[in-house]
Each structure stands twice: as C-alpha cells, then as structure tokens.
Ligand binder design. Structure first.
Ligand code: FNR
Length: 365
C-alpha cells in the first residue's frame, strides 16, 4: 500500500504517528537571556502537539552560550536547561506526538538582535559577544563590532564534546529525536562550505576535510543518543552560489551517504544561509523539494529524507509522501498560521479516522 500523510513512520524504536513535522523555528523568547524554556515555548510547542503534528521539533537550541543566534535563543548546556524543557517533552508525548530537539551552534552568525529588534550584530553594550568559526571570515554585514576567531584544533575537539554533552542533556529532558543543525550558514555548515572555510589543516580544503567536523559531531552525538532513538541532520542542500566555489547538492548527496553510515536516520534537506549573495529561488510551493529529491536519488544508503520549504497545503503535503518524494513533510510558517495543520489536513483529506483527534476538539472535527 502506498504511504500517505497519515501513515506512521517507524524509525529505530520510535513510531511517528503521521508524516507532518514542525520545522525548527526560533522563537527568541527566553526572557532572561539564559537559554531556559519559558511559558512561551511550552504553549507554542504544546499547541502543535494538540494540533497533532507527528513530530514537534524545538527551535535551534544552542549547545553553548556563544552558539546562540540571539541572546533570547533556547539553550541546552546544563541540567537546568533540561529541567526547563522536561515538562514540554512530557506534554508533547502525552498528546501522542514525538518530541524532537534541534542541536545548534550559530558560529559566525551568532550574537545578533532578534528580528523584531532590528536583526544585525549586537553592540557590546547590548550584550554582544565575540564569535567563532572555521576561519576568521566574518559573515558579510557582520564585520563589526563582532570579532570572528578561527577555532583551534583543541577548540574543535572541545566543541565535539559540547555537542555530545548537549545531547546528554536533551536525553535527560525527554527528547526522542535529536537533529543536528548543519544548515543555514551556522557553524557546521560553515565548515562544509568553502565560502566560510579556508582552513589549511585537516578541517579545510578537500571535501573529506570540510566534512570532518560535522562527521565528528555526528559520531559523538550518535554515541550518546540511544540506539533505539532516531537522529536527524539538517543540511543546506546548496549554498545557491553558482558563481563561486561553494557547497552544492552533489556534495550534499555524498555527505548524506556518509551520515547514513554514521547512524543518521533522516536527512532534513533545506538550503542557503551561508552568504547574502545567494541566488535563492522564489519561495513558492515546494521550493526546496528538488534538492531533497536529488539527495534521495543519489544516496545509496537506506536513509530517510525530509522535505521542507513552501509546504502549506494538505494536498501538497500528502502528495509529497504519496509520490515518495520524501518520508516527512516538514512544515514551518504554515504551522505559525495554523497550529492545527495536521487536524485540518485530516479533515480536508477525509482522513479523520486515521488521526487521533483530541476529544476536547471533537465537535470541531
Ligand atoms: C525558521 N527556520 C529555522 N530553521 C532551522 O533549521 N532552525 C531554526 O531555528 C529556524 N528558525 C526559524 C524561525 C522562523 C520564524 C522561521 C519562519 C523559519 C527555517 C524553517 O525551519 C523552514 O526551514 C523555513 O521556514 C522553510 O519552510 P516553510 O516556512 O516554507 O514551511
């Protein structure tokens, strides 16, 4: 039988009840700039679970304070962070959804204002901090006041441990799926792309060298993450910079194979973010899906594929799964418009008998 949007997906020991995942989306809502989850996170993520997303993923959750995009980002660098997230994962589970966390480090794109306070790099008197990257190449537009330092080999080794420690805290918090953020111009992507990486040691230059740090992080997280729980990696399928040496979809497919060998269960294929000159396609329906398809077609290993970008309709999401273009339909902005997207989809696609409608909402569905 052909799978559709309401078919469960089994990954390791986890059964995801349907194929809709809430895409990681920064909420910039930690009130005391301490990375601790707040009532906002609880309500926001909880509402997507009562809306019956198969997977509810947190925003980019920083593995250390200097890896935050903004001071208001969520963090996972201590037991206190795990304790603040635990009631959220418990509620998500109680609704039959699978709680997931995106483990992130913003690299050279850290230390910025939250969008509604003007984006851009923070001044030191606003709490800005110096950032780290594979090379001392600032993100264009962020040249000052932030200083970018190239990571030493010792610091790279420490960061691998930092990711593993964060995975341990995430486990304590009750997450079932961990996703490593290696997209959107943040630290791991900065190692992958020659646009941000001009190192001349074993972490830069050749493809093998550029993928080394992301693979080391993956191995360290896989080591901590239990065998029966899935691990995802989000990649930028391409840098969208055809005019220069950059990260391409062919390299993404090669890396996906290596990640699968390292025990990754699903590649979440996004794109862009490494440089403002990127030539993004118009953000229409399924605008990144061809990248996910390329990775699927050129990856020999049996690894799952998540498609994201411009998935806004029940029919569109369902078609992605039915046509075997992806295993998960990852939905971002439409979930901000409608936390009940999966319930609405079941209603519109005449599949209410295949989704667990909350009894509190039965009169509406
Ligand atoms: C995002 N996106 C994003 N991606 C990611 O990997 N980690 C993150 O924390 C965020 N944060 C974030 C915040 C907000 C407000 C938006 C709108 C987006 C990107 C997001 O996950 C998704 O990939 C894109 O929005 C494209 O999907 P949609 O929105 O077209 O479904």
């Amino acid at each position: 039988m052909t799978d559709d949007l309401f078919s469960p997906l089994e990954l390791r020991g986890t059964e995801i009840p349907n194929r809709v995942m809430v895409s990681p989306m920064c909420q910039y809502s930690c009130e005391d700039r301490d990375g601790l989850a707040t009532e906002w996170h609880r309500t926001h993520l909880g509402a997507r679970a009562t809306g019956r997303a198969g997977v509810v993923m947190t925003e980019a959750t920083a593995v250390e304070p200097r890896g935050r995009i903004s001071p208001e980002d969520l963090g996972i660098w201590s037991g206190e962070h795990a304790d603040a997230l635990a009631p959220i994962t418990e509620f998500i589970r109680s609704q039959g959804s699978v709680p997931a966390i995106q483990l992130a480090h913003a690299g050279r794109k850290a230390s910025t204002r939250r969008p509604w306070e003007g984006r851009g790099p923070l001044q030191p008197d606003e709490g800005g901090w110096n950032v780290v990257a594979p090379s001392a190449i600032p993100y264009p537009g962020h040249e000052s006041p932030v200083e970018v330092a190239a990571l030493s080999r010792e610091e790279i080794a420490r960061l691998v441990e930092t990711f593993a420690d964060a995975a341990g805290y995430a486990l304590d918090a009750g997450f079932e799926i961990a996703e490593i953020h290696a997209a959107h111009g943040y630290l791991l992507h900065e190692f992958l792309s020659p646009v941000a990486n001009d190192r001349d040691d074993e972490y830069g230059g050749s493809f093998e060298n550029r993928i080394r740090f992301p693979l080391e992080v993956t191995a360290a997280v896989r080591d901590i993450w239990p065998d029966d729980r899935p691990l995802f990696v989000r990649l930028s399928g391409t840098d969208w910079l055809p005019d220069r040496e950059s990260w391409t979809v062919e390299q993404s497919a090669r890396l996906a194979d290596r990640l699968a060998d390292a025990g990754v269960d699903l590649i979440d294929v996004s794109s862009g973010g490494i440089h403002p000159d990127q030539q993004l396609p118009p953000s229409g329906p399924n605008y990144q899906v061809p990248l996910a398809e390329h990775v699927r077609e050129h990856t020999s290993e049996d690894v799952g594929i998540g498609a994201v970008g411009g998935i806004t309709t029940p029919e569109g999401a369902d078609a992605l799964i039915r046509n075997d273009r992806a295993d998960l339909a990852i939905v971002g902005r439409e979930f901000l418009r409608d936390p009940q997207f999966p319930l609405r989809a079941a209603r519109e696609l005449d599949a209410l008998d295949r989704i667990d409608v909350p009894p509190q909402y039965e009169r509406a569905f």
